[in-house]
Ligand binder design. Structure first.
Ligand code: SF4
Length: 180
């Protein structure tokens, strides 16, 4: 299996992520305060998407989902900004990160059919999510958000020895994939 994780890392880098690190799923701590922040709806995704609370399930249900896995990868896309007000650059980094995640979603299941892909923010696969009127259109391809699962992104990176900050005028988006 050691070879497979190397293959998964290579695949992730080939999909365009700028940094990829191994993730020990046991290091993940789920936090009620992250979910409390979701409920404040600052991102306007709360109650609007199957990948976010309350549609994604309780924190206990999300933790159960996480604990089915032991190993994964942290996936980062770092964008370079002209300055701290470079909103176009920030948006471009977000678009690039989504594209990398989409590419990986298409390819990673050849290596790890049961993997779970976790993105930055709500699932954006469909123009309009079916929540709450109908089941998710693509349950095998949807991406949960790290925050929805109660994860603090910077802690997940730190606890797995992967930097999160890459210097002034950079912005890093983070996702992960639980492999097995
Ligand atoms: S795949 Fe579509 S329906 Fe399912 S969570 Fe994502 S946006 Fe919603």
């Amino acid at each position: 299996m050691a070879e497979s994780i190397e293959a998964a890392k290579e695949l992730a880098l080939a999909c365009g992520f700028t940094q990829v690190g191994e993730l020990d799923v046991d290091t993940i701590r789920v936090r009620t305060e992250v979910r409390d922040t979701c409920a404040q709806n600052k991102c306007r995704a709360y109650g609007k998407n199957w990948s976010c609370p309350p549609g994604c399930g309780t924190l206990e249900e999300c933790e159960k989902r996480i604990r089915q896995y032991r190993r994964g990868l942290i996936l980062q896309t770092t964008g370079k900004l002209e300055d701290s007000l470079d909103y176009e650059g920030m948006e471009q980094a977000a678009i690039d990160h989504s594209a990398h995640l989409e590419d990986l979603t298409k390819k990673i299941r050849d290596l790890y059919p049961g993997c779970l892909i976790i993105g930055a923010g709500a699932c954006k696969r469909c123009e309009t999510c079916t929540y709450p009127d109908a089941p998710c259109r693509f349950p095998d391809k949807m991406t949960f958000s790290m925050e929805a699962l109660g994860m603090i992104v910077s802690d997940v990176c730190k606890d797995n020895q992967l930097p999160y900050y890459y210097g002034p005028n950079t912005l890093t988006y983070v996702g992960c994939v639980f492999l097995d």
